[in-house]
Design a protein around this ligand. Structure first.
Ligand SMILES: Nc1ncnc2c1ncn2[C@@H]1O[C@H](COP(=O)(O)OP(=O)(O)OP(=O)(O)O)[C@@H](O)[C@H]1O
Ligand code: SF4
Ligand SMILES: [Mg+2]
Length: 285
């Protein structure tokens, strides 16, 4: 195991009162693991990822994070991460401490390995396409020689074909370098293709976890079932309505009592909303 998270909880004091976007998150990342964290917007996925690297400010954080892998991130929007007035090659050189660089570090070959054409290092971010910018981010992450690469919605800003190229690239390079990957996404198609194990997150908690193949073929938690039912299917009749999970994720200042999913759950029984609810869905017991 290169990292294990136990009962992670992240609290903020906000104008609207106490906000607890991450309430109880436990999971493990094995060496060279292919792990996914999946859930709707606002479930606490990114905060969890940032906490693993000690990057959450002004929060009260409790629980235990064991293991100290070198972590590098690839985020959703490369334009927000790149400096617009600096050539990308210089940004990579400046962003990487020589202590973590492999002894044979070479910017040209790094750029070539992420599929960027010669001369790319001299470009400014605005001279590159979204896919190329994301390749720069991948190069920047790999230049840090990480043990764990956290890819947080790395392709949501890209068109579908570029998405697949970028993700295939991340996983090919991670395979070559024996790097673990934590993929954060709300796209179960990507989970099926790239992750060996998956953690399903709702309202700051992991509600179900296991081997991807098992979870996707026989989900037990109503939230996982709802996420899967909402994946559009090409073989569905044309006039079949697109399934969704009614309602939205509530704000983290205002989680419902009992099981936080109960206002949206079609299997809810009165005990699900009681304060004494023990956190484990009745359908998983
Ligand atoms: N620094 C902060 N202070 C207070 N609240 C925060 C802070 N950062 C995030 N939050 C809140 O925590 C909640 C979870 O945010 P997070 O970014 O982890 O969600 P997410 O699951 O990654 O969603 P998305 O899929 O949209 O990226 C959100 O309601 C967000 O507003
Ligand atoms: S505990 Fe109850 S409300 Fe929550 S997911 Fe399970 S059945 Fe639904
Ligand atoms: Mg996020």
């Amino acid at each position: 195991m290169i990292l294990s998270v136990e009962h992670l909880r992240i609290e903020f004091r906000t104008e609207r009162g106490l906000s607890v976007p991450v309430r109880d998150v436990s999971f493990e990342i094995p060496e060279r693991g292919r792990v996914a964290l999946v859930g709707e917007s606002g479930c606490g996925k990114s905060l969890t990822a940032l906490a693993l690297g000690g990057l959450v400010d002004r929060a009260k954080i409790s629980g235990r994070i064991a293991g100290s892998p070198r972590i590098a991130y690839v985020f959703q929007n490369p334009m927000q991460s790149l400096n617009p007035v600096m050539r990308v090659g210089v940004q990579i050189q400046e962003g990487v401490s020589s202590a973590v660089q492999p002894s044979d570090f070479n910017l040209q070959s790094l750029f070539a390995s992420v599929g960027l054409p010669p001369g790319s290092a001299e470009k400014y971010p605005c001279e590159m396409s979204g896919g190329q910018q994301q390749r720069v981010m991948i190069a920047m992450a790999l230049a840090q020689n990480p043990d764990l690469l956290i890819a947080d919605e790395p392709t949501t800003a890209l068109d579908v074909t570029t998405q697949q190229e970028v993700l295939d690239l991340i996983y090919r390079l991670a395979d070559e370098r024996q790097t673990a990957v934590l993929l954060i996404t709300h796209n179960l198609g990507l989970v099926a293709r790239y992750a060996k194990s998956v953690n399903v997150m709702y309202a700051g908690e992991i509600v179900e976890r296991g081997e991807t193949r098992e979870i996707l073929s026989a989900p037990r938690h109503p939230y996982t079932q709802g996420l899967l039912a909402a994946v559009p299917r090409l073989d569905a009749p044309k006039d079949a309505p697109l399934a969704d999970i009614a309602g939205t994720v509530p704000p983290p200042t205002d989680w419902p009592t009992g099981c936080a999913f109960h206002p949206r759950c079609k299997f809810a029984i009165p005990a699900c909303s009681e304060a004494g609810f023990n956190g484990l869905c009745f359908r998983l017991r």
